[in-house]
Design a protein around this ligand. Structure first.
Ligand SMILES: NC(=O)c1ccc[n+]([C@@H]2O[C@H](COP(=O)([O-])OP(=O)(O)OC[C@H]3O[C@@H](n4cnc5c(N)ncnc54)[C@H](OP(=O)(O)O)[C@@H]3O)[C@@H](O)[C@H]2O)c1
Length: 345
């Protein structure tokens, strides 16, 4: 069985924020299946910040997407034809199928959907890679203790909202930072944070830092780093001794090529940063979640019942149609998404 699909190609490398002409659309016919392959009709694919890094021709933890290749993404879909033992027509699977509505992929590169609750797109968000990232980073590198204070940026996104809710559940004072009043209201009302600061209403790191001091005069024990930039500069001076900084992402710098122009201001020069880490005895731990997939099913077992019962909330921002994927992705890099961004194809 074969079919005709549509997919999104990286047509040129962006300089700064991507533009629509960095992407092109391609119609294609799927080749006949060879032994071990499956044909998957994609239902949803994920749009994530890390994809910006893959668009650059720069050394990272994963190779860049080549010009002329399909944009990479995790996706969920239904098997339409199978030449792979163990995968049947009608099975729902997760795999790295890309920005496409149809995929021929080796059966060994997909896994049967590990979640049983609906919608299946949750396997891309709260119960997928980003939720797993928040759970892993907080528990392994944040080492949270009841009574401590945690700060997390991009708090209404799938990583931040997982971190914030687990933090509250574990008894920490939890402060979110987000990019609008609407997002801050959601962070408080839906995700239960104690305070949320709108980073766009503070022009300087010093002003944001002062606002943070007002809501957390006791200082910060865990800064879950999602954003970098102004947030990073504001929080570092507020860290307590023996504080922990799980370094998960730094989205505010992703459009600056290979990070070359992300200069620290005078308030946080490199020596000042190192001195803070030294004298406050901070633990700074970078991590890449793909190194930890062997723990993913444990995460699903622990968190899926909380999502099913409504104890742990999620927010999904669904865009309908593959044609909208490039503009939605550009919006994500500017904070226009409200929750986990997925494309329904
Ligand atoms: N280490 C890993 O393995 C791993 C895995 C997954 C994700 N991550 C990282 O985790 C972070 C959050 O990911 P996510 O999927 O949950 O994303 P997300 O929150 O759904 O979307 C990104 C958010 O970042 C904020 N943002 C975007 N551009 C910004 C800028 N220039 N300055 C300040 N804030 C900006 C926006 O939120 P506001 O409007 O609220 O500012 C935006 O909504 C990202 O840095 C991502 O790369 C790391």
């Amino acid at each position: 069985m074969s079919g005709t699909g549509k997919r999104v190609i990286l047509s040129s490398r962006p300089v700064g924020l991507p533009t629509l002409d960095n992407f092109s659309f391609e119609s294609f016919s799927t080749p006949p299946l060879t032994a071990g392959q499956v044909l998957v009709k994609v239902a949803h694919f994920s749009l994530d910040p890390y994809m910006r890094g893959r668009m650059d021709d720069a050394r990272s933890y994963a190779p860049p997407i080549q010009i002329g290749s399909v944009m990479e993404a995790g996706a969920v879909g239904c098997v339409e034809a199978s030449a792979c033992e163990g995968l049947e027509v009608g099975d729902w699977v997760y795999g790295r199928m890309g920005w496409t509505d149809l995929a021929v992929i080796e059966g060994g590169l997909v896994q049967k959907l590990p979640i049983s609750i609906e919608p299946k797109s949750l396997a891309l968000g709260v119960l997928g890679m980003p939720g797993f990232t928040g759970w892993w980073g907080l528990t392994q590198h944040g080492r949270p203790k009841a009574g401590e204070t945690l700060v997390v940026g991009a708090v209404t996104g799938p990583v931040g909202s997982m971190v914030a809710q687990l933090s509250k559940k574990l008894g920490l004072k939890t402060i979110g930072i987000a990019g609008s009043e609407e997002k801050c209201a959601l962070a408080v009302d839906k995700f239960g944070v104690d305070h949320c600061l709108n980073h766009k209403s503070f022009n300087t790191p010093e002003a944001l830092s002062a606002a943070l001091e007002a809501v957390a005069p006791e200082g910060v024990d865990i800064y879950f780093e999602n954003v970098g930039g102004k947030l990073f500069e504001a929080v570092i001076p507020r860290m307590n001794e023996h504080g922990r900084i799980p370094v998960c992402g730094m989205i505010s710098w992703y459009n600056e090529g290979s990070m070359g122009t992300g200069a620290l201001t005078e308030t946080l020069s490199t020596p000042h940063l190192w001195r803070n880490i030294l004298v406050r005895k901070l633990s700074v731990n970078g991590f890449i979640i793909s190194d930890h997939w062997s723990n993913y099913l444990q995460f699903v077992r622990e968190i899926e019942p909380l999502v099913e019962s409504g104890t742990l909330k999620y927010l999904e921002d669904e865009v309908a149609g593959i044609e909208k994927a490039p503009s939605a992705f550009i919006g994500l890099l500017q904070g226009h998404n409200l929750g986990k961004l997925v494309v329904a194809v």
